[in-house]
Write a protein that binds this ligand. Structure first.
Ligand code: MTE
Length: 311
């Protein structure tokens, strides 16, 4: 057990650069790396051990990624989403795209995401609670979806909303509600159109588990994990900075930008170091990297901004 943890620490000196793999070829069936049966109309199980030579550190165990979650629609405890998210019906699913677009509408999930458009990307994930993972997502660039909706020239932001369905989301029932539903998130349009930003519908080459935000969730690898809104039902283009759930809940603690920034502490704890999920309780914490290691790619988006004010 200890030996396993030590291995993980050593190899988890995660590459301080962004890495993402566009493995359309793999998903399309390149010989040698595909393991397991094809999922119907979907990504296949991939042999990540063999494919992991150029990844940003060892992949976090699937068990850790899928059993230690935040998804307040299903409860406040990290173990609640895995226990209770199975109650959510994710098929059929559609996403309303509206606001400042030329092609508004209710887009069926299978129309938005076609198997031929799926890519697999391995990203670092950094939670504001100071833990980190490396996750192999499957999804499509958000830019593709926004381009289809054809934003008008004056659109500046993108707002996202999660489903509200108390009958299946037990955290939306009862008298105590930490958040005001629907769960909301937002990005500036240039952040949303950045090629690192994806809508994910899969994990480890398989369909996204409900607890991780099935059937469709946002992934913005240079921002704290809470920006990754799950089970999205609405995407709205707007010219006003959207409200976001955590900013509404505690504005002093969670700003609109939410970029991973070791120099800006959370009011109640430091953000300079992070614990690697799965590395064991005795593992040394590692330094948190600016923009979660994606500074070369995204730093320019924030040129000239005071990141202490725009946290
Ligand atoms: N999306 C919704 N709809 N509801 C939530 O409570 N929690 C956020 C984010 N997306 C949340 C959400 C937070 S706080 C985190 S850290 C990430 O989801 C966790 O993603 P994971 O469980 O896949 O690791």
């Amino acid at each position: 057990m200890l030996i396993k943890a030590a291995d993980k620490i050593r190899s988890s000196e995660i590459t301080p650069k962004s890495h993402f793999l566009n493995r359309r070829a793999l998903l399309a069936g390149t010989a040698g790396l595909i393991a397991g049966a094809a999922l119907p109309g979907y990504a296949r199980s991939l042999d990540f051990e063999k494919a992991s030579g150029d990844l940003p550190g060892p992949l976090t165990d699937k068990d850790d990624i899928t059993s230690y979650n935040n998804f307040y629609e299903f409860g406040l405890d990290k173990t609640d989403p895995k226990k209770y998210a199975g109650a959510l019906t994710t098929d059929p699913w559609s996403v309303k795209i509206d606001g400042m677009v030329n092609n508004p509408g209710d887009y069926a999930l299978e129309d938005l995401i076609k198997p031929s458009t799926l890519e697999e990307r391995v990203y670092r994930f950094r939670c504001v609670e100071a833990w980190a993972m490396v996750v192999p997502w499957v999804g499509i660039p958000l830019a593709d979806v926004i381009a289809r909706a054809d934003p008008v020239g004056s659109a500046k932001y993108v707002a996202f909303e999660t489903l509200v369905r108390p009958s299946e989301m037990r955290g939306q029932r009862g008298s105590f509600q930490l958040l005001d539903w629907p769960y909301r998130e937002g990005l500036r349009l240039d952040e949303a159109m950045h090629p690192l930003t994806i809508l994910a519908n899969g994990l480890y080459g398989e369909e996204l588990p409900n607890q991780n935000g099935a059937p469709l969730r946002l992934v913005v690898p240079w921002k704290y994990g809470f920006k990754s809104i799950k089970s999205i039902v609405r995407i709205t283009l707007t010219d006003k900075q959207p409200q976001t759930s955590w900013n509404m809940q505690a504005a002093r603690e969670y700003g609109f930008y939410s970029n991973v920034n070791p120099e800006v502490d959370h009011p109640r704890w430091s953000q300079a170091k992070e614990r690697v999920v799965g590395a064991g309780i005795f593992a040394k914490k590692q330094d948190t990297l600016m923009f979660n290691g994606y500074a070369d790619e995204v730093g320019g988006l924030y040129a000239g901004m005071d990141l202490r004010k725009n946290f």
